[in-house]
Design a protein around this ligand. Sequence first.
Ligand SMILES: *Cc1c(COP(=O)(O)O)cnc(C)c1O
Length: 380
Amino acid sequence: MHPIEMVDLKRQYAKIKTEVDTGLQEVLNTASFIGGKAVTEFAAQLASYLNISHVVPCANGTDALQIAMMALDLQPGDEVITPSFTYVATTEVIALLRLQPVFVEVDPKTFCIDPAAIEKAITPKTKAIVPVHLYGQPAPMEEILAIAKKYNLYVIEDNAQAIGADYTFSDGRIAKTGTLGTIGCTSFFPSKNLGCYGDGGAIFTNDETLANRLKMIANHGQSKRYYHDLVGCNSRLDTMQAVVLLAKLKRLDEYNNARRKAADYYDQAFKNEPAITTPFRANYGKHVFHQYTLLLEGVDRDGLNAYLAEQKIPSMIYYPVPAHRQQMFAAFGGNKFTLETTDWLTERVISLPIHTELDQDQLEYITKHVLTYIQENKKA
Ligand SMILES: *Cc1c(COP(=O)(O)O)cnc(C)c1O
């Protein structure tokens, strides 16, 4: 059996090595490290894959979120509604720009922001909602978009974990997550479903004026060289990363299907164990399983984590501390939020290895050990 990793990028690379190596060699030969032709080509191909008018590449997913908020001209003190149950980057950029994060609950089934909680949190200062398609499960966008429309709010989708996921509206229209709100943001961090070999990110929109602002802000606020109209930053996707992404974008659907297949295996294996709740699959979306996350009831989670580690099976807690409990947000009143569902989930989730290279024997080995531990260690 191959060693089990949370994400096996080595074996994935082995399958695309010739294509990637050839592309990287060409970048070396031409020394077009920044702004090479692979960057524009990748942006165009991603726009076509997502069926969106504009893709603005940038340096990472955190920058993508920051640039999105800057482009919408949000002002210090403006309120931005976000889940607390997410990776810190989503909420950190809100605070960085001196906006006020308003942390709301997630739905314990989907792990995504709860539309009812959004509506309750709206005040005259609310300007934007940041839904996160957590673990690869689309957030309930139709309801979120309806609320945004009713209160005239921007929607910035954090699509870092869900690239390639489909969302189906009640009228049957299907679109990719990240293309549904005002702006979509993604990350190409190596372990993401579409990951490069370093840092990378992108911003999506169908609004041309906004696309121009996003491009300018990512490039020191200039559209003409050395003429800086806006305060911006320096956030670029480099050519080598674009080469890797071109090779992997072609295979993104295949990669997401491989993840779904592994998820199906896990679901089947755990379906008769009452201590485990397997990931819910919302009927409006197609999950891309960036993570495969279980909810445990009556199980010593740290004990399971340690037992699995002894069997050389990695497992992770995404995320042990929700945003509203992070020290970082104390000055923003983070600890004033009472989020019982979020806290409850934080204590019960555990993520198992999921990636494009999981073999049948690895899946058998992992599920067997998870079940063995749980059955032998039922709490009284
Ligand atoms: C990975 C991730 C980000 C940040 O992406 P980086 O490229 O690491 O900056 C933001 N939000 C979520 C939900 C993520 O998973």
